[in-house]
Design a protein around this ligand. Structure first.
Ligand SMILES: Nc1nc2c(c(=O)[nH]1)N[C@H]1C(S)=C(S)[C@@H](COP(=O)(O)O)O[C@H]1N2
Ligand SMILES: [Mo]
Length: 537
């Protein structure tokens, strides 16, 4: 019995290789959602919000503490690892279950295999439906997942039978032994070969798919000054150093984040693939004239661009979940005006291809700097950043900037979006933050320091640095790329040899000093001063 269970578990696991590899292929060809994806989606969407939040906070803190590399990339790898672990674990458990019951299941090997295959099929769909609870999309992949599950089950039954027969033979019975051994070796090899072939084909199609989705030339945005945002922005901040005259301290991050280094955060194992030919942007709810816009229709509207910084609300002070780029898109206000907002509308709700939802008050939605973006850094929106369309809205954390938007709906009462339902801030206003990127010797007894400061469209009026508990000394501020981006700062200080603790703080454009009190990211963003140790020899 123990042997049978162990054999079942191992066979279930090994046959999981082709099962999962071919599921990935079926995802691309037939819209199947592979088991690891369903399991991950179930965890991310259906676990209690407090648990998910605690898990994310722990992950972000550990990753940023260990400084192993980019938090967003490592976090996705961890999530991917967890999803695959759980999927293979499920297959091993089903295999073990088969091993436990094989003796009692009636019928031929084929029939027993089909039974366990059906069990896998049903389980996979249960998980998938539960993951998408309340938002059941098309049940693509019903047939392909049946074939794959049945194939896994039948192979499991055969392999299990041969392995058990082999185990039951006394050592003397060499001939039968040999043919069974050969069968198992062949089956194992075939499973592996199938897995490798499936993965290879999937990668190949991934490359082709990318080329297909290329949508041709993007429209050129009209050149015009950035209009004022609805949130108050005071008189232009004095004391900026002109861009040409500003020399960042070596080691300061680039002012414009290279697109492939722009942080990525979302609730998906892999970004949803939106077929742009099928995609429509629905604009409905409390509007005079509901719209259904194609990608080309949207791009034909007047486009605008602005430089802006985006920061995740889960970012720790000094963390790397913050980036700056140039967003290009169509004003959400233009789209809403085309549909005609009814007077009863108080918020605009966004629904996304991954089931994510968010909302903005009408005044933020009508802000001329709230854009439905089709490009970042002048490039067609990358898949992981929301292709074909994502939102940029000033002053709020990343969670208020939905990606892969499919529907925009004017609604008559406030709505809590995905993260708000899980206990995060509804307004999600960005907190003022400042970070030391670089601190080093700049000649005898001189210390040069540099970094960034950010406060959304409130702007940064002042950055100050101090050594240990000394005086706060104002830093030089580079003229920012726009009212919506972080500000680069630098400073040189006299510092006799010794070891120091550097602290930085900022004052926003409204004259408000950055909060010193250290708080966790949950529920409305991290606060506190960034500090760094430095030694002058
Ligand atoms: N559809 C969708 N949009 C989303 C999310 C998501 O999970 N799904 N995550 C939000 C969060 S929490 C952040 S921080 C930003 C990150 O945008 P980026 O990946 O382009 O940096 O996307 C937001 N938009
Ligand atoms: Mo976020």
């Amino acid at each position: 019995m123990r042997r049978s269970i162990l054999t079942g578990a191992l066979a279930g696991l090994w046959l999981g290789l082709p099962f999962i590899a071919l599921s990935l292929l079926a995802e691309r060809l037939a819209g199947l959602r592979p088991l690891p994806t369903s399991i991950f989606d179930l965890l991310a969407r259906q676990l209690p919000g407090g648990l998910v939040t605690a898990g994310i906070e722990l992950m972000v803190r550990v990753l940023q503490g260990l400084q192993l590399g980019r938090t967003d990339v490592l976090a996705k790898r961890l999530e991917l690892g967890l999803a695959y672990l759980l999927a293979f674990g499920t297959l091993a458990i089903l295999g073990a279950l088969y091993g436990a019951l094989a003796g009692r299941l009636a019928g031929s090997t084929l029939r027993r295999g089909l039974t366990i295959g059906l069990a896998l099929w049903a389980l996979a769909w249960l998980v998938d439906l539960a993951a998408r609870w309340g938002a059941v999309g098309p049940l693509d992949g019903l047939l392909s997942s049946f074939l794959l599950s049945a194939g896994w089950g039948v192979a499991l039954a055969w392999v299990h039978e041969q392995a058990m027969a082999l185990a039951g033979l006394p050592h003397a019975e060499a001939p039968a032994d040999a043919s069974r051994r050969a069968f198992l070796a062949r089956a194992g090899g075939a499973a592996l070969a199938l897995a490798v072939a499936g993965l290879a084909l999937d990668r190949l199609l991934a490359g082709l798919g990318r080329a297909e989705q290329a949508t041709g030339a993007l429209p050129t945005p009209s050149a015009q000054p950035t209009p004022r945002s609805s949130s108050p922005r005071p008189v232009p901040t004095p004391g900026y150093v002109a861009a040409e005259a500003f020399e960042p301290t070596p080691g300061t991050r680039p002012e414009l984040t290279p697109l492939d280094q722009f942080y990525r955060i979302d609730i998906n194992l892999s970004p949803p693939r939106v077929d742009v030919a099928q995609w429509r942007l629905a604009v409905d709810g409390l509007v005079a004239q509901p719209l259904s816009l194609t990608y080309q229709e949207l791009l034909a509207m007047p486009s605008h661009e602005l430089y802006a910084t985006l920061e995740c609300i889960s970012n720790e002070v000094g963390g790397d979940l913050i980036s700056t780029t140039r967003f290009t898109g169509v004003r959400l206000a233009d789209v809403l005006n085309r549909a005609g907002l009814q007077p009863g509308a108080v918020e605009v709700r966004f629904t996304c291809a991954d089931g994510y939802t968010e909302s903005l008050p009408v005044d933020s939605a009508l802000d001329p700097n709230t854009l439905l973006c089709f490009a970042m850094d002048g490039q067609q929106l990358p898949e992981e950043h929301g292709f074909p369309i994502r939102l940029f809205t000033p002053n709020r954390y990343g969670m208020k900037n939905p990606k892969w938007i499919t529907r925009i709906e004017a609604i008559g009462k406030p709505y809590d979006g995905f993260w708000e339902q899980r206990g995060w801030s509804k307004e999600a206003w960005v907190k003022t933050t400042s970070v030391i990127d670089a601190a080093q010797e700049g000649g005898p007894a001189r210390l040069v320091v540099g970094g960034i400061a950010y406060a959304g469209a409130r702007g940064i009026a002042l950055v100050e640095v101090r050594l240990d508990d000394g005086e706060w000394v104002p830093a030089e501020l580079k003229e920012p790329l726009s009212p919506f981006t972080w500000v680069l700062w630098r400073i040189e200080l006299d510092a006799p040899p010794g070891e120091y603790r550097l602290t930085v703080r900022a004052v926003d454009g409204l004259g408000e000093l950055q909060a010193e009190e250290q708080t966790d990211p949950h529920p409305d963003g991290a606060s506190g001063y960034h500090r760094r140790r430095v030694e002058i020899s």
